[in-house]
Design a protein around this ligand. Structure first.
Ligand code: UTP
Length: 295
């Protein structure tokens, strides 16, 4: 493929305004993006991934009832007073560093019209620059941040990109199916995609997009043309399908373990696996699990 001129990517968008119906009843009061993995909210893993990829400016798309996301990225003066009084200055710095990782902006999506609509809200923020999108409920633990893995492919080809992995066929129908062609290693040319395909539409291999995209500003024109798709929502996949078919895109079979924090099973898996890796908790937690599992 011929290389297109690239720009430095410094902006990320995290859509976190969805209703989270799969996580009811907790999502009535707690945004799924704020559900913990051990002691940190899911969204903080995404912010860290973006920052570790060189992103300096992050827009979080929020909604009514999701104010706790903003609070998490603010100073916590009451805790700070306590820490200062106890002479724990270093802990204080750690607390503040959470807010200093990047410039974090918030914008409300007034109605949960779908992921495509949520990303469309970011147009004023990203302007004419390419940007990465981290779906707010998809936490991915990897050696190289997945955003960075997509950026590497962008640097090579100058094309928009999505992060993919093979998933069981019963998940492909819930997510999306992709037509790809190998480029090199784990990089593929992406020809087209179908959101929530019917079983007869599923393409091989069983790749689905798992929570990461690197988009170019042309996406906004395709989002503006979107009609309600699967579930009556404005689907980002439908806009990316046109982007792939007209401008070309790549698909990166990324290295990393993904947890769907928008599903009850994904939430439990994340906590068990990361709990078993937690330096302070792992031994006690492992013993506890052994007793529970009677192994
Ligand atoms: P999902 O489709 O997983 O979120 O979108 P959802 O609609 O909340 O899910 P369910 O089916 O009701 O459980 C992936 C990400 O996009 C955000 C979500 O918050 C999630 O982080 N999103 C989704 C928006 O920001 N706005 C929307 O209108 C839809």
């Amino acid at each position: 493929m011929t290389k297109i001129e690239t720009k430095k990517i410094t902006k990320a968008v995290i859509p976190a305004a969805g209703l989270g119906t799969r996580m009811l009843p907790i999502s009535r009061a707690v945004p799924k993006e704020m559900l913990p993995i051990v002691d940190r909210p899911a969204i903080s893993y995404l912010v860290d991934e973006a920052c570790d990829s060189g992103i300096t400016d992050i827009l979080i798309i929020t909604a009514r009832g999701k104010e706790s996301i903003e609070d998490y990225y603010d100073y916590t003066l009451e805790y700070e007073q306590k820490l200062r009084a106890a002479g724990k200055e270093s802990e204080l710095e750690v607390m503040r560093s959470v807010c200093k990782k990047a410039n974090i902006y918030f914008l409300r999506q007034h109605e949960a019209k779908g992921l495509g609509h949520a990303v469309g809200c970011a147009k004023g923020f990203t302007g004419e620059e390419p940007f990465v999108v981290l779906y707010g409920d998809d936490v991915i633990i990897s050696k190289t941040p997945v955003c960075k893995q997509l950026m590497n492919a962008y640097d090579e080809y100058g094309l928009a990109s999505v992060g993919v992995q093979t998933v069981p066929v019963e998940l492909v129908v819930k997510y999306c199916t992709l037509k790809t062609e190998p480029l090199k290693d784990n990089w593929y040319k992406l020809h087209t995609m179908i959101e929530k395909p019917k079983p007869e539409q599923i393409m091989e291999p069983h790749f689905s997009i798992l929570g990461r995209a690197l988009l170019t500003p042309e996406i906004y024109g395709f989002i503006a043309d979107l009609k309600p798709g699967a579930g009556g929502e404005l689907q980002l996949t439908d806009a990316m399908k046109v982007l792939a078919e007209t401008q070309g895109m790549t698909a990166i079979d990324f290295e990393g373990k993904r947890y769907d924090m928008g599903s009850k099973l994904g939430f439990l898996m994340a906590n068990v696996e990361q709990g078993l890796l937690h330096p302070e908790l792992r031994n006690e937690f492992k013993n506890f699990l052994k007793t529970v599992m009677k192994i």
